[in-house]
Each structure stands twice: as C-alpha cells, then as structure tokens.
Design a protein around this ligand. Structure first.
Ligand code: LLP
Length: 436
C-alpha cells in the first residue's frame, strides 16, 4: 500500500507512524485508520464526477462500513453526505452535528421511532423500501407538519456476480419494491401530502468489480423514470445507485477503477437523457468500503505458535470478534510481519488463527510470511471496512482501540473496551415482575 513505508529497523510505518510504537502505546489488537487515505478515497469520487462533467451529483458515505465520531467529522470536512440505516447510525451522525441536509436514511424495516427521529431532525431524504413505510412516513410527516423527501428503492433485477450474502439487486431480493408494484405505489404517493417523491434508488450489492453492472443499473433506473413520466406524468430528478464499488483486500480480488466506473455512469446518464429528451437527473452514490477499506490496518500480536501434522498456526490476539469477514464470507486478506519488514529469506507457510473458541476463526489460511516468533506484530491491511462495524464481544473479547494516523502524527479516536463495558448494561437486582 502506498501509505506504508519501512524504517531503518525494518518496522512498518503507516502514514509515517511506526506500527511498533502504535502497538506499544495502545496495545493490540488495534485498528489504525489513515486520515489521508480516507480523504484521498473520497476525492477520487469527487474528481471522477467533476472530470466526467457531471453537473449534479451527491456522495453519501455508507456508514455501515465503519462509523465513529471522528469519522463523522472527517466525512463532513470533505463536504460529502452520509447514509445511515438505523436510529443508531442516525443518532451518531446527529450527535456529531453532521449536517442533516446531507443525511440519507435507508433500511428495510424502519421503526416509527427511527422515522420520527429523522423527520423531527429534518434529515434530508428517506429511502423507502416497502409500501408500509410510505404510510408510516406520510403519517409522521403530517404529524410534524412537514413534507419528507423520499426516494423509492426498487429491485432492479440485476445480479452482480458477487458473494450471495452481499447481493441485493436480484429479482427475489428482500430489499426494495418489486417492479410489478411500482406503478400502484407511485399512484398512491400522489395522494399522500406528507411525501415528496424525488427519485429512485437501488443497491445491487457489494464488492462489485465490473463497471458494466452500474451502466446496466443506470439504464434500468432511468428507463423506469421515463416510463413513469409517460404513465404518471411525473418527472423525477434523482437516481441513487447505492454503493458496492469493489475493493481488493488481497491479490485474488479486484478493485474498481473509480474514475472509469463514474465516467461510464455519467456517460450513460447523458445518453439516456438525450435519447428520451429527459432532464438529466442528479446521480447519487453510497460508497462505503471504497472509502474506508484501504484506510484501515489491523495490528495483532502473535501469542502462540503450533504445528499440526499438515499446518503451522500462528495464533493472534484477535480474530473473528474484530473481523468476521473471513469466517462469514470466506474473505481473503494479506498480512505483513510489521517488525520484520526487511527479512528477505526464511519465509514459511503459516495459518493465522484467531483466539475465538471456533475452528472457523481463521483470519488467513496459509500465507507465506517471514518465520514468525512469539511477540511478532502482524499487520493486516485493508481492514477498515465491515470489521469494527461488525465486531462483537464473543467470548468476552474486548473491542479494539482505534487510532487515527496522519503524516507522522497519531491520536486515539475510540478507546479500547474495558471489562466494565461488558457489565455496563446488566441488572442484578432481585426485582421480579408479574404482568397482570
Ligand atoms: N447502500 C446500501 C443501500 C447498502 O446496503 C450498502 C451495503 C451500501 C450502500 C454500501 O456498500 P459498499 O460500498 O460498502 O459495498 N458486510 C459485507 C458488506 C455488506 C454490504 C451491505 N450494504 C462485507 O463485509 O462484505
């Protein structure tokens, strides 16, 4: 990775900060986030839109991939928006004074309380997943005397050839409005005066590596707008294509070329707009991992080494509780021995295992690394996305600390969990109740 370097002692540095010092000061496992890399990733999207000549676009960072208070600040400094999918994510954004006019609210079963929180706080846009939500949002909007901007999430019937668990746009998806119901829903919205229908949305999945799927998606969504103009006599001004831009976590995955895909998207919008003489809609995207993945590196310490008949294991002080992706999706990662970056000989094949009581808790199955010893520091790059945000306290493990680095400087942005955090919600009073 470009943001990494090696010092004279053969220690890996991230944005000029030594991994050895980070581990010594904050302990491991440790999630290290590189602020410059986050900003660079955001700027790739912005630049791609500008260079493609797009006049109207909106980038909403998909906070499910990673969110904390500092990140809200960084995202806001870069002047892009944020996409939330729950009251919890919305609460974090609001508490950090994230500008409400740049918050998009997604989710396939939003509670009344969540919708209320959004509408009360003037969240810019709610993306409607199903018919029931229309009634809820309309009712709550009217109660607050407001009109809520909505997009309709539809099922585009596109299968993007990615892991089954992260495909969302195929015809039988649990997300979004199925096309056969769209016309009747649009008709209903017209009579709901708490709603302002502004466009349509789709998210076809994550880890997509082919721009073509997005080109097809634009075509599908734009043609829907054209047909709605004809049938319902409405012109909608926004197409939101979700996120999903693929990131390579190891050599067997491929990163999406951001300029290429955005350029193709913008061109396709242009083509269809001309073809049907339809005003060019705003293009919105919701990238998550393509912004945060490469900014994150997880540091672990090797605590045990053992040999089986056919394998050598190095067991680290974290695992599936802080990164569930290998166990859940069979995700592949690469690793560095952060304190042995100069060694060129004496490589051996080793399996990096986590310390959870699960045989499936293997972070990397068989990788060639400089011969490991107890106490070595392992760095797994490209672990900013869907690691901390999917972490758990399984086995009573504590969530790691998170440190932000930037060009030689570092600061703690989330402290490590404590044992008391594990107890903080428990109630041990002897007060049984009987419901009447
Ligand atoms: N928009 C919507 C509506 C989404 O559902 C998602 C991701 C995104 C945007 C952002 O997608 P991204 O750009 O991050 O790919 N836990 C899985 C990924 C689940 C993605 C869920 N939705 C993983 O670790 O691979």
């Amino acid at each position: 990775p470009e943001n990494m370097s090696i010092d004279e002692q053969g220690i890996l540095k991230i944005s000029g900060v030594s991994c050895f010092d980070l581990a010594k000061n904050y302990g491991t496992p440790l999630l290290v986030l590189d602020e410059i890399e986050i900003k660079n990733n955001i700027n790739k999207f912005k630049e791609a839109f500008f260079k493609s000549g797009s006049e109207s676009f909106f980038i909403a960072y998909a906070s499910k991939s990673f969110l904390n208070s500092e990140l809200c600040k960084i995202i806001n400094e870069e002047k892009i928006g944020i996409e939330v999918v729950s009251g919890g994510e919305l609460y974090i954004a609001l508490k950090n004074n994230f500008p409400v006019e740049k918050i998009y609210f997604n989710g396939n079963n939003k509670f009344n309380e969540e919708i209320e929180m959004a509408i009360k706080n003037d969240v810019s846009t709610i993306i409607v997943d199903n018919e029931e939500e229309l009634y809820k949002i309309n009712r709550i909007s009217k109660r607050f005397g407001k009109k809520t901007r909505i997009l309709l999430r539809i099922v585009p019937g596109i299968n993007p050839n990615t892991h089954k668990y992260i495909s969302t746009g195929q015809v039988d998806s649990k997300f979004g409005i199925h096309l056969e119901n769209l016309d009747s829903i649009v008709k209903k919205i017209k009579s709901f005066n708490g709603l302002e229908l502004c466009g349509i949305h789709a998210h076809i999945g994550s880890q997509i590596s082919e721009p073509m799927y997005y080109v097809n998606l634009i075509e599908t969504l734009f043609e829907l707008l054209v047909s709605l103009r004809k049938k319902e006599n409405i012109i909608l001004g926004e197409i939101d294509i979700g996120g999903g831009f693929g990131v390579a976590h190891s050599s067997n995955e491929q990163s999406m070329d951001i300029f290429d895909v955005i350029n193709k998207i913008v061109n396709q919008v242009e083509v269809i707009s001309k073809k049907h003489n339809y005003p060019k809609p705003k293009i919105s995207i919701e990238p998550g991992r393509s912004i945060i993945s490469t900014a994150g590196t997880t540091l672990y310490t090797v605590g045990a080494i053992k040999k089986s008949a056919s394998k050598k294991y190095a067991i680290v002080d974290g695992g599936m509780a802080d990164n569930i992706r290998p166990s859940l999706y069979n995700a592949k990662y690469q690793a560095y021995v952060a304190n042995k970056m100069k060694e060129t000989e004496d490589f051996e094949k080793v399996t990096i295992a986590g310390r959870a009581c699960e045989s499936g808790d293997i972070l990397i199955d068989e990788i060639f690394l400089p011969r490991l010893s107890i106490g070595d520091l392992l760095a797994i790059p490209f672990t900013g996305d869907y690691t901390y945000s999917m972490s758990s306290n399984y086995n009573g493990f504590l969530r790691p600390a998170i440190v932000l680095v930037n060009n030689g400087k570092n600061k703690l942005i989330t402290r490590r969990e404590t044992y008391d955090d594990l107890l903080s919600r428990d109630i041990t009073k002897n007060d049984w109740h009987i419901f009447d």
